[in-house]
Design a protein around this ligand. Structure first.
Ligand SMILES: C[S@@+](CC[C@H](N)C(=O)[O-])C[C@H]1O[C@@H](n2cnc3c(N)ncnc32)[C@H](O)[C@@H]1O
Length: 338
């Protein structure tokens, strides 16, 4: 069977050419996880748009189709019969609107489509890819792109971020979004204290389809620790995260002078963080981290992750995610499992 997926028009991504290659690797990882055998995957330009063509032995049934819709570049799907495109009408079911992660604009934001791609790499490498609701942790969450991407899919989102302004803006933005969208919710702001040690401030929100669900906290949860990620293991429950996804600090001044996240080197941060993060991830869970290859090599990162206990995945389909972001940033993605 031949399938065509219309790629989201993403004219403003500076690395679109490399993104096309990454889309193929992402699709390969997802198809492998869900057990779909394919004989060919390619991206082709037709007129003003780009399509991914996938050839499979068998039809992709309704259940598996839900995974295809999760692909970061997914826009519309067609069955291809005798060179004719047959549109398959289905709007993905989402808990929050797709706009949740793209409305807030700021310097240093991780591109939403790239973030969704990383989320997929972690989810479809973990053994929890078929679970309807999982816990997603971004240990360097900034103003929350990963957290919002996770919530769009109906997952619970947990984050840590050192910079006060980022967490304050994340909280204000999300609270406004919930109010405007008339979601039933409760927001709690507090302090994280562990054995008399103040770890930082916290932002939590509970969202539900009824007041009861909000009160009992059985709907959706987002929790952010405004504090040092190396202490995130003291705040979040051990072995509670199905996946961990983060865009690591680039090691270059990227945000305003007042941001606190650049006070130490990336190396020091990683040495101290990986062990803490390992404690938080469930067995069978996975992580996907992007980093600036000008600050660390893949081998250095791999060694640090494996010292902490993770197993880095080096299969060929995991090695095609390097791309140029700017003059000072060449980014790559590393994926590991616990
Ligand atoms: C590349 S940015 C992530 C941006 C985020 N994905 C977004 O779209 O908003 C990396 C973040 O790591 C944060 N950071 C650096 N050191 C940290 C630490 N020790 N603990 C927590 N966050 C830290 C920085 O403040 C920065 O917001």
């Amino acid at each position: 069977m031949k399938h065509a997926i219309l790629l989201k028009p993403n004219a403003n991504i500076p690395y679109f050419e490399e993104m096309k290659k990454m889309c193929i690797y992402e699709a390969s990882i997802v198809l492998k996880a869900i057990g779909v055998d394919y004989s060919d995957i390619k991206v082709e330009e037709i007129g003003p748009a780009h399509y991914m063509f996938i050839e499979t032995e068998e039809a992709i049934d309704q259940d598996l189709f839900g995974h295809i819709e999760n692909l970061s570049f997914y826009y519309t799907y067609f069955k291809v019969v005798d060179e004719s495109f047959m549109p398959v009408k289905k709007v993905p079911e989402r808990y929050f609107g797709e706009d949740l992660s793209n409305r807030l604009k700021y310097n240093g934001k991780t591109n939403e489509m790239f973030t969704r791609m990383m989320l997929n790499l972690a989810i479809y490498t973990s053994k929890y890819y078929a679970k309807e609701v999982i816990n997603v942790f971004d240990p360097v969450c900034g103003r929350g792109t990963t957290l919002f991407e996770a919530m769009i899919r109906g997952h619970h989102a947990y984050g840590a971020e050192l910079d006060k302004r980022s967490v304050s803006e994340l909280g204000q933005y999300f609270q406004r979004y919930l109010k405007e969208g008339k979601y039933k919710h409760q927001v709690v702001r507090g302090k994280a204290i562990q054995n008399k040690l103040v770890l930082g401030e916290t932002f939590e929100a509970y969202i539900g389809t009824s007041k009861e669900e909000v009160k009992k906290k059985t709907g959706k949860t987002i929790k952010v620790l405004r504090g040092d990620t190396t202490q995130s293991n003291l705040y979040f429950k051990k072995q509670s995260m199905d996946v961990l996804v983060g865009d690591l600090p680039y090691g270059v001044q990227h945000m305003s002078k007042h941001d606190e996240g650049h006070s130490r080197s990336v190396d020091e941060l990683l040495d101290a963080s990986f062990k803490a993060w390992y404690q938080l991830v469930k067995k069978g869970g996975a992580l996907a981290l992007s980093w600036n290859t000008y600050t660390n090599t893949r081998d250095e990162l791999k060694e640090k992750l494996e010292q902490a206990g993770f197993t880095v995945i080096d299969d060929e389909i995991y090695l095609g995610f390097h791309h140029r972001v700017s003059q000072a940033i060449n980014r790559d993605v590393i994926v590991a499992i616990k």
